[in-house]
Design a protein around this ligand. Sequence first.
Ligand SMILES: [Zn+2]
Length: 88
Amino acid sequence: MNDTTDQNSSCCGGHTSHAPVESEGRPNLMGPGENDMATCPVMEGRTVVKSVAESAGLFRDYEGTRYWLCCTGCVPLFDADPQKYVAA
Ligand SMILES: [Zn+2]
């Protein structure tokens, strides 16, 4: 006779799982970081995302420095008188 009483032992009851709620130091890959941002020299105060500006051709290399422009309207203005904008 086999009288095996399967006792209902709570094997998983003693676990204390502290889920990590803090996620600091995780890089935000969803949006552009500060290193990807520039200021339009023509319209000062206008923030430009470098990668977006470069893909759209909205940038100029002038005297070894790259300048990112916020919109197509700034390109001819910058080309007309670059020193006016980079001298600031
Ligand atoms: Zn602009």
